[in-house]
Design a binder for this molecule. Sequence first.
Ligand code: NDP
Length: 529
Amino acid sequence: MTDSLTRPERTRPELSRPEALDAQGATGDDVLEVHSPATGDLVGAYAVDDDDSVRAAVARAREDAAWWGGLGFEGRKEILDQWRGVIARRAGQLADVVHRETGKPHSDAMLEVALTVDHLAWAAKHAPKVLGSRKVSSGPLMANQAATLEYLPLGVIGVIGPWNYPVFTPMGSIGYALAAGNAVVFKPSELTPGVGVWLADALREVVPQRHLLQVVVGRGETGAALCGSAIDKLAFTGSTATGKKVMAACAQNLTPVLIEAGGKDPLLVDEDADVAAAADATVWGAFSNAGQTCIGVERVYVHEKVYADFVGEVTRLAGDVRAGSGDGVKYGPMTMPSQVDVIKGQVEDAVAKGATVTFGDVADLGQHRTVQPIVLTDVPADSTAITEETFGPTVAVTRVRDMDEAVELANATAYGLGSTVFSKARGPELARRLRSGMTAVNGVITFAAIPSLPFGGVGDSGFGRIHGEDGLKEFTYAKAVARQRFKPPLALTTFARTAKTDTTLATIVNALHGGASQLPKLPKRPKGA
Ligand code: NDP
């Protein structure tokens, strides 16, 4: 048994009652209280991790990362499969925590957990094939060498996550980083620390003495401490503004970063589209989770030939969507109270610039934590409802003369996360023309649930990928090995290289590559020119 196996287990203190806070001497900034967005009730209180405790967590992770990396793919898969089993069997319990902390309906939380479990299975199963050692061609010039390539774990990965999908989103980094052989220190959003603690506790049940996944709790300062610690990579999911701060902080130590930031996702409806399906996708894509979805539908561009039908259908469906708390609601209150003002500001800006409120009651917008669906039409392109991420249950629908105009408007944003196309004949073609990391054709958000597809954006939506093969490689470094099999006929990498060798090399290179891409003959110069 190694030292670490006998080490006393560190448990995260959950200070569940306000009285307990004083008893443990933790007050004010030392304590993070979590309140239910639906009821305002205190649903958890946690001691905040400072610089020292973040550093200590990273040091513990470093020790156990060596053990975890050395276990190999099969050993790791066994443990990750057990963890997956615990999460799946207690999905209802985890969904309860999500529901309490975010206010989203329990069934939405269950969906999030289900998709997460599926990703975890994929990552553990495919890691050996994607990352394991394989032979690659050494090429004619180096035919005496055997070349192998593998992807090795980086060591300790810091993960900073948001609150909107507090299981699915950070687990896109955590699960894939673990499957690739790293230990993880996770800083959940200050709104959803209980979800992070639940996930870490579940893994600790499977491997009690190891610190494979530790949670550090706190606000932005705790996240900043993680960025400045001795981690080997930082995977950030959150807003573009915070992503820039994270990148700047990580640059101090040349710590590489993965940035999964915001979006302003467009949905295109072509003239031949199934209008009813496109409207259904729009309503769910825009309003589910109260619009607090990085890949939520925020802008819709509709061919003029089907515009009236589409707007009619969206309006009808929006009428069936009731938000709030309790049974039968389709989504809950805004998780972050300040988001209500952002939504109000964007809607007012759009209306002031000439937009029409086709559906929704905007008179008392800003008065309640729950925002009912809002459909805007004729929204000018310079409105913040078009240019900035809303992260609320609103959607802006715009009429276009054709799909060229739709693509142009859809791409006229600094973001480039997800997108959607509804078209019978031109789906894949239009998808390729959209500048976004992912596109769903005749469906919505479907790519996120397919574990073999990479997830991530371009531009202000960030860079790097979670999920799929790219998501596994993201948490590794490529290790290249060239092994000499026999003495080279041409000794190139030595000062003993001769002039004859140089001549032979030139002849071979000319034979191999000289015929490639012959220069086109230049047109004859006209006389007198
Ligand atoms: P924020 O950017 O506010 O926060 C993200 C995380 O960063 C939180 O854990 C936050 O902590 C932490 N943080 C805040 N300040 C710092 C800092 N200076 N240094 C390090 N960490 C810091 O985003 P939200 O939590 O509000 O999430 C919503 C955003 O996330 C939206 O823009 C959404 O589009 C994006 N998102 C992107 C996804 C993607 O995959 N591309 C998926 C899901 C969401 P704390 O909460 O304690 O402030």
